[in-house]
Design a protein around this ligand. Structure first.
Ligand code: CDP
Ligand code: CDP
Length: 230
């Protein structure tokens, strides 16, 4: 039987991490874990309860209490927070604009990383985020740093917003760049390419193509580990 490994996929917004991670997990029959959804869930609830990112203690308490469940779905993952399906609301412009500010809070990051490590304990996990290869799963057998040009990333996100986007492409590109900047410059576990990550540029490539590359790498690594153990 093939060895199960953990796969970390990090990179900036709109690089295709979630899409490609889900496809790769399906192909490998692994579990997909969307860590961005967890930071979004904390942000959504904090905003609903009128908290600002300056209320660090209240936000930390909230993050420690929240019950976040990630349910695998065939084409989209469902996210339950304290039993309520908030999947759609997690993608709102309001959450987009605030999430990086809440994600800087040390106690929030500590709690999320702890939950994420527990989910990966049994191996066979594809986890995407910003700090997975560098911080959450530094021992992941495969680390991918997924990128794409900033205009392509903005266009992908713009298309997802549908016929009534509520924002211009130019403005969306600016907001994505600002979020990337905050993620790269934060003190704790910033967005960073791990020295042992394989850099994959998805500009001009289909999601299937990119997922296929990751699956090929994963199977090769799993085979090598099995052979070494014999
Ligand atoms: O899907 P998109 O790339 O736009 O964002 P996401 O993966 O849902 O992550 C939303 C935000 O959560 C990021 O901009 C980060 O501020 C934060 N995040 C993080 O700090 N660490 C992670 N491992 C994942 C997300
Ligand atoms: O998770 P991340 O923010 O990195 O990206 P995403 O939420 O997966 O969004 C990427 C969008 O670009 C999705 O609408 C995909 O269908 C599309 N896409 C992709 O993911 N990968 C490609 N190589 C090409 C397009």
């Amino acid at each position: 039987s093939a060895e199960r490994i953990n796969i970390a996929i990090d990179g900036p917004a709109g690089a295709g991490k979630s899409t490609v991670a889900r496809l790769a997990a399906q192909a490998l029959q692994y579990i997909y874990v969307d860590t961005g959804a967890m930071y979004r869930a904390v942000t959504l609830r904090a905003l609903e309860q009128g908290m600002s990112n300056e209320d660090e203690e209240r936000v930390a308490a909230l993050a420690n209490e929240l019950d976040i469940e990630l349910l695998p779905g065939s084409d989209s993952q469902r996210v339950l927070v304290d039993g309520e399906d908030v999947s759609t609301r997690l993608r709102s412009l309001d959450v987009n604009r605030n999430v990086s500010h809440f994600a800087r809070i040390e106690a929030v990051r500590h709690r999320m990383a702890d939950l994420q490590r527990r989910m990966a304990k049994q191996k066979g996990v594809v986890m995407d985020g910003r700090d997975i290869g560098t911080h959450v799963l530094p021992d992941a057998e495969l680390k991918v740093f997924l990128t794409a040009s900033s205009i392509e990333r903005a266009k992908r996100r713009f298309l997802e917003l549908g016929p009534d986007p509520g924002i211009s492409l130019e403005q969306l590109e600016k907001e994505i760049a600002e979020r990337d900047r905050l993620d790269q410059e934060r003190e704790i576990a910033p967005l960073l390419c791990a020295p042992d990550a394989r850099v994959l540029d998805s500009t001009g490539k289909s999601a299937d193509e990119v997922a296929g590359q990751i699956v090929t790498w994963a199977l090769a690594i799993a085979r090598t580990i099995s052979a070494e153990e014999k």
